[in-house]
Write a protein that binds this ligand. Sequence first.
Ligand code: 1PW
Ligand code: ADP
Ligand code: CA
Length: 562
Amino acid sequence: MEKQPRLLASQLLLKNRVFEVLLNRVILTWKEIPANKKRVSGSIHHPFKVGFCFPKFLHRGKGESGTSHSVSVSEILAVRELDVDGGTKDDGRWQKMPQKLTEAYPYAFTVSYVERVRQHRWRCSDVTFHCPEGALCQQWVQTIREQLAALTSRPKHLLVYINPYGGKQQGKRIYEQKVAPLFACASISTDVIVTEHANHARDHLRTEAELKQYDGVVCVGGDGMFSEIVHGLVFRAQKDNGVDQNSPEEKLVPCTLRIGIIPAGSTDCICYATVGINDPVTSALHIIVGDSQPMDVCSVHHNNTFLRYSVSLLGYGFYGDVLADSVRKRWMGPARYDFSGFKTFLTHHHYEGVVSFLPATDTLGTPGDQTRCRAGCFICQHDGQLYTEDSPEKCKTAPDVSDSENEGGWGVIRGKFLAINAASMSCACPRSPKGLSPAAHLADGTTDLILVRKCSRFNFLRHLLRHTSKDDQFDMTFVEVHRVRRFRFTPCQNDSELDLRENGKQLFSQICHPAYSSWNCDGEILPHAAIEVGVHCQLIKLFARGIEEQSLFEDLAHPCAL
Ligand SMILES: CCCCCCCCCCCCC/C=C/[C@@H](O)[C@H](COP(=O)(O)O)NC(C)=O
Ligand SMILES: Nc1ncnc2c1ncn2[C@@H]1O[C@H](COP(=O)(O)OP(=O)(O)O)[C@@H](O)[C@H]1O
Ligand SMILES: [Ca+2]
C-alpha cells in the first residue's frame, strides 16, 4: 500500500509527556517518545527547533515505545486553539528560559474525536497538545480544519424535530443536554422545532419546510416520530417529481436528505438496527461525521389507495393486537408494550386470511442465513441483486431465475395465523437484540414475510422466547418465512365462526374471537386489514453506517495494528 504523504509532524507535549504527533490525509497519530530518545527532556534547551522538522518515526518495534493513539481524520469532530496560561505567551519572544517542561510549550490546541467504547457506543474524547510556538499551534489547527472542511459528506445545517412526548418524555432534555453541545462543537447550525401535536413534523415537511437549505433532518423521538419524518420527506420527493403515491406499482423517487435519529422513544428499533445501540450521543456523532446508510421503505395500499409507508415492522395478529391494546396506555410509557404483550399472549387469537407474495428469487441472501447485515454490507451494496453488471460470475450456484417456477409467479397461502409479520430490516431492539428477522437486510429491496400459524399457547411462547435467545425462531413446524418483494393480505372469516354466527351466537363469537386483527405499521394502526405491500429499495438514507463488526471497530480503535 502506498504510504500517505505526511502533512505535519511535530513533537508536542501531552499531559507533561512528549509525543511524536503525525498527521497525514487519513489519520492523526500520537506516540510517546521514550525518555532515552527524547530530544527534549526535563531541562530544556531548544524546545522550539523540534516544531517544523519532519522526523522519522522513532520507534516501530513493540515494547520499545510508550503509548500510541490514532484517530481517523474522518472521525475528528473539531479542533480548537486553547487559551493556555498567558504568562509565557507574549509577542513571540521569550523573556527568560523556561524552567519546567510545560513552560516551554505555552500554546495548545484541542482535538475532539470519536472514541469507541463497548457495545457500539461512541463517545466524544478530547486530546490537548501543547506547542512550543504560536505559529506551529496555528499551523496544526489550520491544517486539521482544512482537512475537516474537505469532508464533503458532513452536514453543516440541520433541521431538528423534537417530540417532547415520546418514550419517557425526555426528548427535549436529551437534545439540549447531550446533542446540541456536540452539534455546536462541530460547528453544525440547526433550526429546532419542538412538535406541538401528532403529525406536526410530517405536515411541516410536506408543505412548509424549505428543504434546500438543509443537509439533513434530525428526529428526536421513537419509531413513530421517525415514521412521521419519513412520510413528510417521501411525500415531498414525490410531489416535487410529479409521482402519484396512490399507484401501488409506481416507482418512487428517493429522498435526497439524510435523516438522523436521536433515540428518545419506546422501542427505537430503527436506531438500534442501524447503529447497534440506542444512545443519543452515539447517534449525534454518526450525524456529525456524516455517515450514510440507505434503507428500504415499504409502501402500503388498500384498493389502489395509498395508506402508509413502513420501514421496520408490518405486523398483523399478535403485533397488531399488542399495539391496538397499548394505544390507550400511552401514559405507561414504554412499559405499555410489556403489559399489552402479556395480555395479547394470553388471549391467543388467530386470524384467517390469504397471503399472496412475490418471492425475491433473484437475491443473494435468504432469511435463514447466518450472515448478518453489517456496516458496508455486500448484499446491500448490490441492492440485493443477484446479478450485477460488474460481476456476472459471482453467483454461479444460485438457481437460474428464468427456470424458476416462481418467475413472475406469486405464492399463495391460505391459513389461520397467530401472526403475520413483514420485517424489511432485522427489527433488532433492546427487547430482542437479534430482531424479528435476524438475517434481514436494511437496503436489499426485500422484506421478510414471517407466517406464524395457529399453534398451542406453549408453542407460541417458545417461538416468542426464541427472539431473545440464540435458538432459531423460524425453525418450528408452524413458522415459515419468505423473502419477498411484494405481498398482499386478504382477511377472511373462520368457517367455524361463520357457523357460530349463523347459529345466532354472534355476540359471543365476536367477543371471544374477533374475525379481524389490525395491522401494526411501524407503531401505527392501519384502518384496513386488506393491504397490498411493495418494497422500495433504498428510498431513504440515514445518518448511520449499519452495525459495525466487533473486530472491525477493535482494529479501528487501535489502527496501529492495521
Ligand atoms: C415473552 C417474550 C416476548 C419477547 C418478544 C420479543 C420480540 C420483540 C420484537 C419487537 C419488534 C419491534 C418492531 C418495532 C416496532 C415499532 O415500530 C413499534 C412502535 O414503536 P414506538 O412506540 O414508536 O417506539 N413498536 C411496537 C412494539 O410495536
Ligand atoms: N407534540 C406531540 N404531541 C403528541 N403526539 C406527538 C407529538 N409529536 C409527535 N407525536 C406523535 O407521538 C407518537 C409517538 O411518538 P414516538 O416519538 O415514536 O414515541 P414512542 O416511541 O414512545 O411511541 C408518534 O406517532 C408521533 O406522531
Ligand atoms: Ca430489506
